[in-house]
Design a protein around this ligand. Sequence first.
Ligand code: NAP
Length: 526
Amino acid sequence: MVEAQHPLVATPCAGIEVQLPFGIHRICAVAAASTAAEMRKLVRQAMRFTRTIELRLDWLANGAQRQKFMAWLARSGVRANFIATFRHRAAGGRYTGDIAGQLIVLKQAVERGCSWCDVEMETASRFRAGVLRALLGPVKLIISFHDFRRTPRKLPRLVRHLESWGADAVKVSAQAKDLSDALRVLSLVGRKRNRIVVPMGDAALPLRVLALRQGSALAYAPIGPATAPGQVPLETLRNLYRADRISRRTRVYGVIGNPIGHSLSPLLHNTGFQARRLDAVYLPFRVKDLSDFLKSLAAIGIAGFSVTIPHKHAILRHLDDCDPLAIDIGAVNTVVVRGGGKLYGYNTDFVGVLRALERRMPLAGSRVLLFGAGGAARAVAFALARGGSLVSVCARRPAQARALARSVGGEAIARRHLRREFFDAVINATPVGMFPHSDISPLAPAELNCRMVMDLIYRPMKTRLLRLAERRGIATISGVEMFLAQGTAQWEIWTGLRAPQAAIRRAVLAVLRQEKRAGFHARVRR
Ligand code: NAP
């Protein structure tokens, strides 16, 4: 492994304007484990990605494990910018002893090769500026503030207070309830190069990824277990989001929904950007409150976004203009942000299902049963009708089935008739059979009288419904086909380029197959 020469290694303390890590090394891996052996393993893993590593010494189970780990650190010869942290419980850590004990451990860490110490404000406030530095020895100092409950109101004043210790860098970590809070934390960076900002919580996840772009000296990512809410794993931050390469020129896209954690859209879009070498990133936004997201659009600089449950309908009234088809469907899953922040909506679920079906069967003159009458079913029904199919809708609420059938000139059909009706294709547009409830089917084998069965669900790739159909010799289409087609259609709308279909398909299928091998899709029956 080539050792990067780093300006921080073994340089003496040089006052407040020191050179902080640069490039990839601005991603700081967080190593936190209870035994010395696990900690060593994490450090070695982290070294594959970055040379800036925070050692959470407070996570080590006891003094013996700490001594063992620090002895290894001293003799290992590993060259990295180690940040020693021995966080007290009062500041969200695991250490419960007194301050003298805390400083002794930090000083030992400095003697064993840590070039930085992170000392929380609660501890620092027990000393006058300069005394702490004298106590710890030749080390660069980060004074940090943490609030795991909220984003405090008077943040600028807080930063000035932290800077009064004359440390080499100051760090503010605060729980953000929404994007507005997270943006307030990021705005603390200003023109200073020695400020580290960490908005915490699920809602702030995209802004953790953008922190380096905003000028934060470091972005933290766990190499092992998460040490703070909303952290993005190191490998994801580096390889999926390429956080160290994001600049102010990078175009930012995303998906909004709630929940959003398991979305494969970031993988789909970022794979496309990387394959075409575009300076763009796509991030997951867990959005509860649509207006909080919309008012943060300009500050984040978002160029376009995907929309998923529960916002596909609600977004309509916030748009400046909309594709007429999306208005007919009553749902938008793609938004382009044009000049002046104007929002333009599309529905690519429509194209997605058309592309997936037309490859496998002629739609004109066919009769297709649509099971379910929600948002996705509406896009499917319009696509089928445009393709020339007669759409039969069956839903547990007959009035909804009738309304949808009427809007596409189709027919509503009662569940009890399914056993004696024949269709060219049957499409499941309900979430029944989706992970974690993967071993149930929305329809019984006797209700599958058709040539083709399609499930809109893509997790798992092969649902119980598709397996039942296969057993009856019926051809099947997985929801992953629609997922890929609707996603690449979005990608093409935003970039104006042809999507790298093969690279995207490979990446998405690899993850779904890996999940299948890991038993991810077959776990629970509740
Ligand atoms: P939605 O708007 O919530 O509609 C769900 C529909 O399923 C409603 O008609 C609902 O009936 C019905 N339903 C729910 N539980 C049911 C049950 N136990 N038995 C019978 N019917 C039930 O959701 P959506 O946005 O249309 O999404 C539906 C599915 O499509 C989801 O699994 C989603 O992941 C998938 N999808 C896939 C793609 C893709 O690209 N592959 C794209 C979009 C959606 P009620 O109205 O009575 O609750």
